[in-house]
Ligand binder design. Structure first.
Ligand SMILES: Cc1ncc(COP(=O)(O)O)c(C=O)c1O
Length: 406
């Protein structure tokens, strides 16, 4: 019996989830594993948010919510976008979904025809590609190398656009590389997009608040207002408020696009959990001190990892400008030999080696379509990160250099 439909064949399971599962299995088998695979804050959801959910449940907010989100939450999102991002959206230009992931899925399902091309800036969040594949679209990868801060250049964008291009996916700041776009970068991309009015832009701003070095966040739609009617801004409460388990994300864009996405959502899940939506209202409307505290902690951890990697010959890391990952270059170790005599042929081999030799679970760059790198999550305490860095340094010192490093 064949169970899975053929359209699922090109879709690989999420690499970070796979790495975390392997880490959990090794842990269950008694191994001492530091799991730096999955990307979620290690903080607890602030109490005032949990209390708001509790109050909402007791007050009877336990029935089906409106498909596109409660009016209270859509208004809170509209206020947030106006206050923090200088973006004007009304409640009917906003959809609330089960995490930003579902916003992405709804958007692609609502808009892609078979073979439509979606431009992805590698290294990119792997789910972008998989959603496109599931829905019959064609992912088009644009390499955004480290020497330009992993940013998309206007030249590379221009070269990738065809008559079949439907979407450009941007992620500001980016997972996994922490790429940060300056106003001038966004204006330059906007100038290219202005010439191609068939291209929509999805600006995934889920790491907006985790931004370092006193940088000021700028939404794509606010930076390029002339393109606003082609932009879907995606965000959510998972990363900023340590609410990954509550599953609330949102999208803001042209009303007709939001209506099409709501149609999709009505058939998938009838909307997002009512109680979690009440929690998200408290997150967006309430005090923001915890968001700043989390971000400061992530910056301190970023600094720690950057300093430690700088002291390890053969690994490279430019300071990520945001998000809570380090995308570390390991080119010098491709071709190296491990103590048990096997050759490290690629970054997947390198992450398998550090899992075995150092007990560190990390995700290979091949999962993000730009090699040879590996991603670690820096959403772990400084003690844990220091131990991981000690073990990493010890493990790589056992590698015998390969041809490429001689
Ligand atoms: C770039 C990016 N977008 C979206 C998401 C999904 O976030 P959510 O928890 O809101 O579904 C993630 C989660 O890792 C992410 O890294």
């Amino acid at each position: 019996m064949r169970y899975a439909a053929s359209r699922l064949e090109p879709v690989k399971p999420s690499a970070s989830a796979w790495v975390s599962q392997a880490a959990k299995a090794a842990k269950a088998g008694g191994e001492d594993i530091i799991d730096l695979g999955l990307g979620e804050p290690d903080f607890d959801t602030p109490p005032h948010i949990i209390e708001a959910a509790h109050r909402a449940a007791l007050a009877g907010e336990t029935r089906y919510p409106p498909t596109n989100g409660t009016l209270a939450l859509r208004n809170a999102v509209a206020d947030k976008l106006a206050r923090e991002n200088a973006l004007a959206y009304s409640a009917d230009e906003i959809i609330v979904s089960n995490g930003a992931k579902q916003v992405l899925f709804n958007a692609m399902m609502a808009t892609l025809e078979d073979g439509d091309e979606v431009l992805l800036c590698a290294p990119y969040f792997g789910q972008y590609k998989d959603i496109v594949l599931i829905l019959g679209g064609t992912p088009v990868t644009i390499a955004c190398p480290a020497d330009n801060g992993f940013r998309l250049t206007p030249e590379a964008l221009e070269a990738a656009i065809t008559p079949r291009t439907r979407w450009l996916m941007l992620n500001l700041p980016s997972n996994p590389a922490g790429a940060v776009y300056r106003d001038a970068d966004l204006h330059a991309l906007g100038a290219v997009l202005a010439k191609h009015d068939h291209v929509l832009v999805l600006s995934d701003e889920i790491y907006e608040h985790i931004l370092f070095d006193n940088a000021q966040f700028r939404s794509f739609a606010a930076t390029c207002p002339d393109l606003k009617d082609r932009v879907l801004t995606v965000n959510g409460v998972s990363k900023a408020y340590a609410m990954t388990g509550w599953r609330i994300g949102y999208g803001a864009g042209p009303q007709a696009l939001i209506a099409a996405m709501t149609k999709v959502q009505s058939q998938i899940c009838s909307g997002a959990c009512s109680v979690a939506q009440a929690a998200a209202v408290a997150a967006l409307n309430g005090p923001q001190d915890e968001v700043r505290r989390f971000s400061a902690a992530f910056e301190a951890r970023r600094n720690l990892v950057v300093d430690r990697i700088a002291g390890m010959d053969g690994l490279t890391l430019d300071p990520p400008g945001g998000a809570f990952y380090a995308y570390i270059g390991c080119e010098a170790f491709i071709g190296a030999t491990t103590p048990d005599g096997s050759e490290i042929e690629n970054d997947a081999d390198f992450t398998a080696f550090i899992l075995k030799a150092a007990g560190i679970a990390a995700v290979p760059g091949s999962a993000y379509e730009l090699s040879p790198f590996f991603r670690i999550s820096t959403a772990a305490s400084e003690d844990v990160l220091n131990t991981a860095m000690d073990r990493l340094a010890a493990a790589i010192s056992t590698l015998k250099p390969g041809k490429s490093s001689t």
